[in-house]
Design a protein around this ligand. Structure first.
Ligand code: HEM
Length: 168
């Protein structure tokens, strides 16, 4: 059996990778400067909502994996040793994920009439989700906390860190 600490760490970083992929898929699948630049526009392609199917499945996978990640942290007792505010951010992110699934499910229906309004809510919820996850990482991730601690103690690491941030 995988030790809980390994599952929690690996699933956490996998969740970040899956979330980035999910967020990038819509602007890659519809005609945007990004998709045109990458040569991803095909005239004979299936309708947009059908091409977005991987986005839907990734959304469901993220929600299931985030739930397993949280349950593993609670049942193993590891959540007791971390910052409560970070855990509050994590719970908020989980609740918002469920809302995203409901909004996304409605958006995936071609007959929808309130599309622009609902699409804006789906986008806003994504921004709040990113903020909540960043909060959870800053308060609860040993990796991120170590980087931030080094950043505040070593002038060399601080300079590398700041160059990285300003280049990004
Ligand atoms: C982790 C969960 C999810 C995130 C972070 C997410 C994020 C996004 C983002 C950023 C967009 C682009 C919005 C825009 O262009 O303004 C989008 C579009 C879309 N998403 Fe999601 N999504 C998630 C889950 C889902 C799920 C589960 C479904 C469906 C079952 C779904 C259906 C859609 C549809 C249909 C669009 C296109 C809307 C349109 O352009 O009319 N999403 N999503």
């Amino acid at each position: 059996m995988i030790p809980p600490i390994v599952f929690i760490t690996d699933s956490g970083w996998l969740l970040i990778a899956l979330l980035v992929t999910t967020i990038l898929l819509p602007p890659l699948v519809r005609p945007t400067a990004l998709s045109r630049g990458l040569g991803l526009i095909f005239p004979d392609a299936k309708p947009y909502l059908l091409r977005l199917r991987p986005h839907y499945w990734l959304g469901y996978l993220i929600a299931a994996l985030a739930l397993a990640h949280g349950l593993a942290a609670i049942t193993s007792g590891l959540s007791r040793g971390v910052d409560q505010l970070g855990l509050d951010f994590a719970v908020g992110a989980l609740i918002l994920l469920v809302a995203q699934l409901l909004i996304g499910r409605t958006l995936s229906e071609p007959w929808l009439t309130r599309r622009p309004e609902l699409r804006r809510w789906h986008f806003r919820a994504t921004l709040v989700l990113i903020i909540l996850i960043l909060g959870h990482l800053i308060f609860d991730s040993p990796t991120i906390r170590t980087i931030l601690r080094y950043e505040s103690q070593s002038p060399l690491v601080a300079e590398i860190f700041h160059r990285f941030i300003s280049a990004a």
